[in-house]
Write a protein that binds this ligand. Structure first.
Ligand code: GTP
Length: 158
C-alpha cells in the first residue's frame, strides 16, 4: 500500500478529482468543503500486480491550514476543461515542475482527462521505487508524456 495526498486551494477540485478517479463520475454541484483531512483507498493494477493507493484529500480552506500545511507547501492545477478561465499557464506549471524535479500534468475532474493516468503513474512510480530502491529503469516523466491528453488551450511543450 502506498500513501498519496491531494493538495491545493479550496475549490480547485481535489475531492472531485478523487471521486472521478474512484467512481468515474462528476457532479457540478461539488461537495461540501472538506473538513481537515480524509482518505480513500483504491486498488490499481500495475503489470498484473495489485497496488493499493491510499489517497488523502485535504481541506483547502484557510482555517484548516494548520492541519494540512504540515503535508505540503503549495500546489495548483485541475479544471483544464475550463480553458477560457485558465489561471495557471502550462509553461509556468512546466517550469515549476522542472524546478522541483516532479512530473507536470493537467487534469479535469469533469471530463476525466488524465485522472486515471495521474493515479496510475503514481502507483507505478511508487511500486518501482519499492522494488528497485537503488534506481530502476522506469521513467515516470516519459510514461506520463507518452500518454497525456492535452486540453485545447494547453500550450505544453511536451
Ligand atoms: P475543498 O474541500 O474546500 O478544499 O475543495 P476541493 O478542492 O475539494 O473542491 P471540490 O472538489 O469540492 O470542487 C469545487 C467545485 O469545482 C465544484 O463545484 C466542482 O464541481 C468544481 N470542479 C471540480 N473539478 C472540476 C473540473 O475539473 N472541471 C470543472 N469545470 N469544474 C470542476
Amino acid at each position: 500500500m502506498f500513501t498519496t495526498i491531494l493538495v491545493g486551494d479550496s475549490g480547485v477540485g481535489k475531492t472531485s478529482l478523487l471521486v472521478q478517479f474512484d467512481t468515474g463520475k462528476f457532479t457540478q454541484e461539488g461537495f461540501a468543503a472538506t473538513v481537515g483531512i480524509g482518505f480513500m483507498n483504491k486498488v490499481v493494477e500495475v503489470d498484473g500486480a495489485k497496488v493499493k493507493l491510499q489517497v488523502w484529500d485535504t481541506a483547502g480552506q484557510e482555517r484548516f491550514r494548520s492541519v494540512t500545511h504540515a503535508y505540503y507547501r503549495d500546489a495548483h492545477g485541475n479544471k483544464c476543461d475550463r480553458s477560457e478561465d485558465r489561471v495557471v499557464q502550462s509553461d509556468d506549471g512546466e517550469r515549476l515542475a522542472r524546478e522541483f524535479n516532479v512530473v507536470f500534468m493537467e487534469t479535469s475532474a469533469k471530463t476525466g482527462m488524465n485522472v486515471e493516468l495521474a493515479f496510475s503513474a503514481i502507483a507505478r512510480d511508487l511500486l518501482h521505487r519499492r522494488l528497485y530502491p537503488n534506481g530502476g529503469t522506469f521513467n515516470v516523466k516519459q510514461f506520463v508524456e507518452a500518454r497525456s491528453e492535452h486540453s485545447p488551450a494547453c500550450a505544453c511543450a511536451t
